[in-house]
Design a protein around this ligand. Structure first.
Ligand code: 5GP
Length: 105
């Protein structure tokens, strides 16, 4: 079982920044910036390309917007990213929300 499944099941304890029936949000253990959140479906999905129910993306984006606001990142520069196709460290779909980021040149 991957680490995010263990967090979803409660086997590994984690403080959630946000949680609902489908999603959980928690801080990345190795933050790249002062804000580095992982937005993760509780259900096991390996890769971005595997998602067939696109309403999941709508829910993730809605929560991402909420986190941008709640973490004070509006107008501060942020990045929302997903690694896939084998580039990911953890084989369980997750979006990173990272900021503040400097203005792109
Ligand atoms: P990926 O490269 O798969 O997109 O990124 C996985 C992310 O999960 C990494 O940024 C890594 O620091 C984070 N991570 C890995 N294991 C844990 C963990 O046990 N707890 C938390 N909070 N983050 C983790």
């Amino acid at each position: 079982m991957d680490i995010f499944c263990k967090i979803a099941s409660g086997e590994v304890g984690k403080d959630f920044i946000y949680e609902d029936e489908e999603l959980m949000v928690f801080e990345d253990i190795h933050p790249e910036k002062p804000v580095h959140l992982l937005i993760v479906p509780k259900k096991h999905v390996v890769d971005f390309i595997d998602v067939e129910d696109h309403s999941l993306f709508q829910k993730i984006m809605k929560v991402a917007q909420k986190m941008v606001k709640e973490k004070g990142l509006v107008g501060k520069g942020y990045r929302l990213k997903v690694n896939g196709g084998g580039h990911q460290l953890v084989d369980h779909l997750h979006f990173h929300l990272i900021g503040p980021m400097e203005k792109a040149k």
